[in-house]
Design a protein around this ligand. Sequence first.
Ligand SMILES: [Fe+2]
Ligand SMILES: [Fe+2]
Length: 344
Amino acid sequence: MSDVTNNTAKKSLADIYSHLPDQPSEKTLAEADYQARHWSSPIRGPLKPGTPQHKKAMADMFRETFNPYKPSVIAWPDLDPETLKRITSLPIWDIAVQTEGKARLRMAAYADMLTDPDIKDAISRNAWEENRHKEVLSRMVEHYKIPMAPETAYIEPKDTEWAYLVTGFSECWDSFFAFGLFALAEKAGLFPMELIETFEPVMQEECRHILLFANWLAYHRAVMPFWKRPWFELRVIAVLFFLLYERLDLVRTIDDKGVEHTQDNNFTVTGAKSMTDQQVDFVGLMELCLKEDERRFAGYDPRLVRPKLAPFAARVAIKAVKFWRKLHGEKPEPVQYEALSDAS
Ligand SMILES: [Fe+2]
Ligand SMILES: [Fe+2]
């Protein structure tokens, strides 16, 4: 890969950032938001993974759905003491900031080793957007004085493809559940609307990210020489086991005052109780995640590949729990489902 291509990609990203508007009008904001959620390729016919048409559509989708919000101008709402406590005590902030930092580094490292200009551009932009997520979170943490453990050093991955696969698959898994939890939080009204609205574009951005990852994966598989495929699939399976192991583990870190921070790697699955004061039934929550997943992807060209693993796991889990309950004559936990079922 030539330095010229590398510099051009970096320059264009720096250009985007320096041109983000400080105070866009309501109309500009609404248009940008709409464009970030709706996109179709003008290319006619099927978009078969592995074809130049599919590759171009994937890169165009990512570039053209960019939302130009600027973290530095976000006005953080004042919170009453109870809400502030609820937010600061969520066991996620260290992990959230570090996950964005790691995602940025890993995506940038993978993009750097690519030569295909379309895919390189899309993944470089994704890395840039991860950095913006990190900035949003860091500014929020600073504003509300959330106690944080010191960030560990971000180390360039040695195996860039492995690191990219870990980041991509974990985003697919975590975003699926985060979509449901976010809708739950919105309906429950325990968090101020301004805060929900601030994080809404971040949520939708994760949807675009996993859409890109699913299409990159389909493209990568399709153009890979057949003899490399078995090794690649073994690595994918290993990545999935690694993520399972990681999500069963709580992360403990000690800050500079000697205070232990326990962070939940699996908060997107276990965090429902923090999002609402109502009882949450597992099946109801999984159904909400499925519904939200569908809603967030609905505006993008249906010819692009969607992430399938987490929705598949949720459907299997719903069936298994329903079967178990039937077998044992159990009724679902009493829940106020109006809160779950009309999330739109
Ligand atoms: Fe992110
Ligand atoms: Fe992301």
